[in-house]
Write a protein that binds this ligand. Structure first.
Ligand code: SF4
Length: 244
């Protein structure tokens, strides 16, 4: 017991100070894109996942982007800005010179209900487990999601929201919808990762439904393949108005 206490004292406080102190992200992180409008045209806008478009001065759809960096380095480069989550699907469309959006706080009545205790039931609707893994990281000691009152729970009856990963395969469609129905109202829906937003690399495949917002109203879109835990936490804190 004595040795355990000594070890604990030596370890100190392991949870990161964020959001009181800023996060330091690695240089290799691919975050918010920097688009060069003059180069974003024709073949330079080629993207294997249809995330780049040349119309209206060029556009990168963060909901479709897998941050794979297969696009030409000229028109698109990625900053280390991890703050990508938004509350409206159209806010994932990044256009050169157009103001960017962040996730907006939930309406006051929902913030009052969920501000100190927000429980999610997660459904992997055909995902590869990468988004689940990076979501799970938030419950480790370094991030300690529980300090914000946010937790993942086993039963939808105990939940305030549905956390969706995966492109919504036909096999998982009914289970997803039944889980949503089992959550008591009012409830929110989070689409975590490119698959849950738009089908990801499985977009338009026969067995998938290209994300969750064709079935359910989504309150928070978290792009990435998978999203970095910092991106996920940023979105959650913003809808709870704990970050501006
Ligand atoms: S990073 Fe990959 S998915 Fe995103 S625009 Fe470039 S090629 Fe497309």
């Amino acid at each position: 017991m004595f040795h355990a206490l000594i070890a604990r004292i030596k370890q100190g406080h392991r949870t990161m100070p964020y959001p009181k102190a800023p996060l330091r992200m690695p240089d290799r992180l691919r975050g918010y894109p920097d688009l060069k409008p003059e180069a974003l045209s024709g073949e330079s806008a080629a993207c294997p996942f249809g995330a780049l478009s040349t119309t209206d001065g060029g556009c990168l759809d963060l909901g479709k982007c897998l941050f794979c960096a297969e696009c030409p380095a000229g028109p698109v480069s990625f900053t280390t800005d991890y703050r990508l989550a938004v509350t409206k699907r159209e806010h994932l469309l990044v256009r050169p010179g157009v103001e960017r959006h962040f996730a907006a706080p939930l309406p006051p009545d929902l913030r009052k209900l969920f501000g100190r205790s927000l429980k999610f039931r997660e459904v992997s609707a055909g995902g590869c487990n990468a988004c689940e893994a990076d979501t799970n990281v938030l419950s480790t000691i370094g991030w300690d999601l529980g300090r914000f009152g946010i937790q993942f729970v086993a039963s939808p009856r105990h939940a305030d929201g549905l956390w969706v990963t995966g492109p919504v395969t036909e096999n998982m469609r009914l289970a997803l919808l039944q889980t949503y129905e089992a959550i008591p109202a009012p409830k929110i829906v989070v689409a975590c990762g490119a698959c849950a937003i738009n089908g990801g690399p499985f977009q338009d495949a026969e067995a998938v439904h290209n994300g969750v917002d064709g079935f359910l109203p989504v309150d928070l879109y978290i792009p990435g393949c998978p999203p970095h835990p910092a991106t996920i936490l940023d979105g959650l804190l913003r809808i709870l108005d704990k970050l501006r």
